[in-house]
Design a protein around this ligand. Structure first.
Ligand code: KIV
Length: 267
């Protein structure tokens, strides 16, 4: 039987001191591979807009796109808990719309939980979605949907006042009922303080080694991106080189008459 991980399993991992592994995923074959490796959580991130669709940032991503990619991942029937990002403008306007859109990600996409960016100012929205029995992951610190306010992708919480605000944000997200929170782009000492204080798991990205779990974008892990790779990324493969090599050899074979052969043909 395919026993799927639940939010209770993820929360127990914090209690047990067992690190939570999370990767982004946007398609069926990658979800099959990741799941066979035993990843704990799959995040259908709105980073899809950047690493798959080629946008400059995550702001253009639509709810329909998030539903489409969540469905593709769900068809892999992963044991991992599948969490889907609520894209920009799907939860900021009002709570009613946020509830409807979170519901669509679960009902049409098949997500088991949703993630949304922000702290104190989205606490009421988190509470409203949790009250519909949809589990929520918070996301504070460097929140990519706030790129224009932040003036770029900058580490947050370096100044004392900013750090205090992030602590307040973390407390607000937990109090609103989120079952976990992503800490992105914050100093490691602050991430440790938040992790020690909260009873829900913290999932870090660019937040140092003391979080309860870690998330990375799969394209960064595989070395698929041409663009600049941030300091917090660890690359585990050169998939770009691998693909380029295969395509080079294919072109050479076809041009040189090496492929297709009679063996690849029907009589
Ligand atoms: O969209 C995404 O990939 C994310 C992670 C970077 C946390 O939100």
């Amino acid at each position: 039987m395919n026993k799927r991980k639940t939010i209770l399993d993820i929360q127990k991992m914090k209690a047990d001191g067992d690190k939570i592994t999370v990767l982004t995923c946007y398609d069926y074959p990658t979800a099959r591979i990741m799941d066979s490796c035993g990843i704990d959580m799959i995040l259908v991130g709105d980073s899809v807009g950047v690493v798959v669709s080629g946008h400059e940032n995550t702001l253009p991503v639509t709810l329909e796109e998030m539903i489409y990619h969540t469905r593709a991942v769900q068809r892999a029937e992963p044991k991992a808990l599948v969490v889907t990002d609520m894209p920009f403008l799907s939860y900021q306007i009002d709570v009613r719309e946020a509830r409807l859109n979170a519901g669509r990600l679960v009902k049409e996409g098949g997500a088991s939980a949703v993630k949304l960016e922000g702290g104190e100012h989205v606490a009421a929205t988190i509470r409203a979605i949790v009250d519909m029995d949809i589990p929520v992951v918070g996301h504070i610190g460097l929140t990519p949907q706030s790129i224009h306010r932040m003036g770029g992708y900058r580490v947050q919480g370096k100044q004392e006042a900013q750090a205090e605000q992030l602590l307040a944000d973390a407390r607000a997200v937990e109090a609103a009922g989120a079952f976990a929170v992503v800490l992105e782009g914050i100093p490691l000492k602050l991430a440790r303080r938040i992790t020690d204080e909260l009873s829900i798991p913290t999932i870090g990205i660019g937040a140092g080694p003391h979080c309860d779990g870690q998330v990375l974008v799969i394209h960064d892990v595989l070395g698929l991106c041409e663009k600049y790779s941030p300091k917090f990324v660890k690359r585990y493969a050169d998939a770009r080189g691998l693909i380029a090599d295969a395509v080079d050899r294919y072109i050479a074979d076809v041009k040189g008459g090496e492929f297709p052969t009679e063996g690849h043909s029907f009589s």
